[in-house]
Design a protein around this ligand. Structure first.
Ligand SMILES: NC(=O)c1ccc[n+]([C@@H]2O[C@H](COP(=O)([O-])OP(=O)(O)OC[C@H]3O[C@@H](n4cnc5c(N)ncnc54)[C@H](O)[C@@H]3O)[C@@H](O)[C@H]2O)c1
Length: 366
């Protein structure tokens, strides 16, 4: 069988994980890479000893080679334009998380997917972890009864990343979309993505703006996104979510993920809150506990974890799943039909924290 022809758009940090994964696949051929920064795609390909593979500074030239699939590994603010151009050119798309910055961008991506029929999958690799699958299975088992409340998010004590993550024109949004999208996906993928209807949120930037805690040189300029956010989100079916997220704070954790149901509760502890960069469910989970009554007795059970989490292995699995979906002509492994709701919440949090009051979340029909 012919090899699946893959291109990479945006050749910064995370593109390396994509490339390392594809290079392990005998049924994949890397046909090119592109980046708007002159020379960057060439240097990236050379790093992997792919000296004969063409590099471009214009994505259209890469797309003209008619790749079967592309990984979109660009800044959050350019996911939409790159993914839309790729699907319109006939390529299937694995887009890095978050899906986009605004709901409008995500809607445009979803509409293009529908029009073109191409695969659009959003790269939430923590879903490939065995422990993440276990959480979903426990929640879906029905043992918790009716789930009426979720607390989630995650938080680092000192974990503000570098330049392209902290500038609004590139990242669009800060900790909320960088690691907040993972807490949302863990919880909402477990309960089955529900439609959000209102958001009341707060965001601040006290740490990113203070040289005592964040070096402006590392930021490469003015810190212009959020480093802390919290929100109350209501869903169409009455479910309520309490969401908290931080890149920096004077606290070890913003709390565990909690699922409260009428018959039981599930607690997923923050992974490694003792480490400055721990605390987000971006590739691992802490200990998992279930609470319920048995014959009138209150019981608390620690659920044995499956294995150690291997974040790099998850990248291989997400790229592999994408390639397999191309080979079988779908379905999308992580479809926009789910992640559009994740993005609608992020969009609602951005709008509500700016407006300083609750906002409605209106998701158009696609
Ligand atoms: N899944 C994960 O665990 C994970 C981890 C880190 C980053 N990410 C996501 O990956 C994306 C990229 O992050 P990064 O750390 O690699 O950032 P980065 O800044 O290192 O790389 C982004 C690259 O995209 C290029 N680019 C931007 N717009 C472009 C365009 N229109 N066309 C072509 N190239 C363009 C930039 O020049 C840059 O080289 C972000 O959305 C981020 O949220 C995901």
């Amino acid at each position: 069988m012919d090899k699946i022809r893959i291109g990479i758009i945006g050749t910064g940090g995370i593109a390396h994980n994509h490339m390392r994964s594809y290079l392990q696949m005998e049924d994949v051929e890397i046909i090119g890479a592109s980046d708007i920064i002159p020379g960057k795609a060439r240097a990236f390909l050379d790093e992997f000893d792919l000296k004969d593979v063409p590099a471009f500074e214009n994505n259209d030239e890469l797309l003209a080679l008619k790749p079967d699939g592309v990984s979109v590994c660009t800044y959050n603010t350019t996911h939409d334009v790159c993914a839309i151009a790729a699907m319109k050119a006939g390529a299937n798309v694995l887009c890095e998380k978050p899906m986009s910055v605004t709901l409008d961008q995500a809607v445009a991506m979803a509409k293009t997917q529908k029009e073109t029929g191409k695969i659009l999958t959003i790269g939430f690799q923590p879903r490939y972890g065995e422990n993440m699958k276990m959480i979903k299975s426990l929640v879906r088992s029905g043992e918790l009864g009716h789930i009426y409340y979720i607390q989630t998010g995650g938080g680092r004590r000192r974990g503000i990343p570098g330049r392209t993550f902290v500038q609004k024109d590139l990242a669009g949004v800060g900790c909320l979309a960088d690691i907040g999208c993972y807490g949302l996906d863990m919880a909402l993928n477990a309960v089955g993505y529900r439609k959000p209807v209102t958001v009341s949120a707060y965001a601040s930037d006290y740490f990113g703006k203070n040289p005592k805690y964040y070096d402006p040189i590392k930021g490469g300029g003015e810190f212009s996104v959020d480093d802390f956010t919290c929100a109350l989100i209501r869903f169409e079916d009455g479910l309520v979510m309490d969401f908290r997220m931080s890149w920096a704070m004077h606290m070890d954790t913003m709390g565990d993920t909690l699922f409260l149901g009428t018959e039981g509760g599930l607690k997923v502890k923050s992974p490694h809150p003792e480490v400055n960069w721990g605390g987000a469910w971006d590739g691992g989970v802490g200990d998992v506990y279930m609470y319920r009554d048995i014959d009138g007795n209150q019981v608390e059970v620690k659920i044995p974890k499956k294995n150690e989490d291997d974040k790099r292995g998850f990248f291989f699995l997400k790229c592999r799943d994408f390639v397999d979906a191309i080979k079988t002509n779908g379905p999308s492994p992580i479809p926009w039909q789910e992640i559009l709701y994740n993005q609608a919440i992020i969009d609602g949090i951005i709008r509500s924290s700016a407006a300083k009051h609750e906002v409605d979340v209106v998701i158009p029909e696609i």
